[in-house]
Design a protein around this ligand. Structure first.
Ligand SMILES: Cc1cc2nc3c(=O)[nH]c(=O)nc-3n(C[C@H](O)[C@H](O)[C@H](O)COP(=O)(O)O)c2cc1C
Length: 281
C-alpha cells in the first residue's frame, strides 16, 4: 500500500466518471500526476457483488490510485472491507461527499452527507479498523444555505480522515459558476490537510494555494483535456498532443478500456482551449 505523504505538494488526477479508468490514470501519472483516483464506486454495488462495480476496483498496473466510494452504511462498508484485497498502487480510500446528482442526494449521500458529521466519523472509524488510509472529497454543502452555514468547515473540524479534498462549490452549483477560492484559507486554519479542487488550470493559482498552506491540488477536467497539465504546473518538460493521444490509445488497448471511456477521453484530449465551451456537467 502506498500511503500518501504530504511532505511535498501533491498533484492528483480527480475521479471522473466514465473517464478516469486505468488508461487515463496511467497516462496522467506518466505525465506528472503524483496520485490518481478511480471514478465513484457505489458501495451498494460492491456488497451486492455487481460485476461492473467490482471491475472499477481492478488495477492493471502500479499507478498510484485512491479508490473513491459512495458509501453511507456502516454495516455494508464493514462487509465490503472484509472482502477487499488491496492491489499494488492502491493508495487508500476516498469517501465521496460531493456528488450533486439528484439520485444520490435523494439517498442522503454525496453532497447531502456533508452535514452528517457523526455518521461520517463512524465510516472513517471503520476504514481505520482495517488500517486503510481514508480521505474525504467534499463540496461546500448541498446548497447555498449550507455553504453559508459553513457545514463544510464543521465537517473538516470535527472528523479525522487523513486529508480533505475540497471542491469549492456547493451542490447547487454548475461548472458555469466559478469555484470559490476564498474558502480555502479558513479550511487550512483548522490545521487539517487540505487539497484544493475546482477550476485549477494554471501555475498562479497553484502558487497562491501553496502560499496559504494548501497541501495539494486535484485536477479533473483539465487533466482530460490536457494530460500534460501536471508536468506543466510542475515546470517540467511536456509532450506533444499527438504523442499523448497515441500513448492513451496504447494504454486503452492494453487495459481493455470500455468504449465510453475511450470516446470521452479521445474527444477531449488536446481541446484544452475548449474547457469553458465544453463544461461537462
Ligand atoms: C465528467 C465528470 C465526472 C465526474 N465524476 C466524479 C466522480 O466520479 N467522483 C467525484 O468525486 N467527482 C466527480 N466529478 C467531479 C470532479 O472530480 C471535480 O471535483 C470537478 O470536476 C472539479 O474539478 P475540475 O474543475 O478540475 O474539473 C466529475 C466531474 C466530471 C466533469
Amino acid at each position: 500500500m502506498n500511503k500518501i505523504s504530504f511532505s511535498k505538494f501533491i498533484y492528483f488526477l480527480a475521479p471522473l466518471e466514465d473517464n478516469s479508468d486505468n488508461a487515463l490514470r496511467t497516462l496522467c501519472f506518466n505525465h506528472g500526476a503524483d496520485y490518481t483516483s478511480t471514478e465513484m464506486t457505489r458501495l451498494q454495488g460492491l456488497v451486492t457483488k455487481n460485476k461492473e462495480t467490482w471491475s472499477k476496483l481492478n488495477f492493471h498496473d502500479n499507478t498510484p490510485a485512491i479508490i473513491q466510494l459512495l458509501a453511507g452504511n456502516e454495516k455494508s462498508l464493514d462487509i465490503f472491507l472484509k472482502d477487499f484485497k488491496p492491489e499494488k498502487g492502491f493508495s487508500g480510500f476516498n469517501l465521496n461527499l460531493g456528488c450533486p446528482s439528484p439520485d444520490v442526494i435523494k439517498l442522503g449521500l454525496g453532497c447531502a452527507f456533508v452535514k452528517r458529521v457523526a455518521k461520517t466519523q463512524k465510516l472513517i472509524d471503520i476504514f481505520r479498523k482495517y488500517n486503510y488510509p481514508i480521505s474525504i472529497k467534499l463540496r461546500l454543502g448541498m446548497n447555498l444555505k449550507e455553504k453559508q452555514k459553513k457545514v463544510y468547515l464543521n465537517l473538516i473540524k470535527n472528523t479525522t480522515p487523513d486529508f480533505f479534498i475540497v471542491h469549492a462549490r456547493h451542490g447547487g452549483q454548475k461548472y458555469i459558476e466559478p469555484a470559490d477560492f476564498s474558502i480555502y484559507e479558513e479550511c487550512v486554519k483548522t490545521g487539517k490537510i487540505i487539497v484544493a479542487n475546482g477550476d485549477i488550470t494554471n501555475k498562479s493559482q497553484v502558487d497562491h494555494l501553496k502560499s496559504i498552506g494548501v497541501k495539494g491540488v486535484m485536477i479533473g477536467r483539465a487533466g482530460v483535456f490536457n494530460p500534460n497539465i501536471f508536468n506543466m504546473l510542475k515546470g517540467k518538460k511536456y509532450s506533444s498532443v499527438e504523442s499523448i493521444k497515441k500513448e492513451y490509445i496504447i494504454l486503452a488497448d492494453k487495459f481493455k478500456s470500455k468504449d465510453r471511456y475511450r470516446n470521452n477521453v479521445l474527444k477531449r484530449i488536446g481541446k484544452d482551449k475548449d474547457i469553458d465551451a465544453q463544461r461537462l456537467i
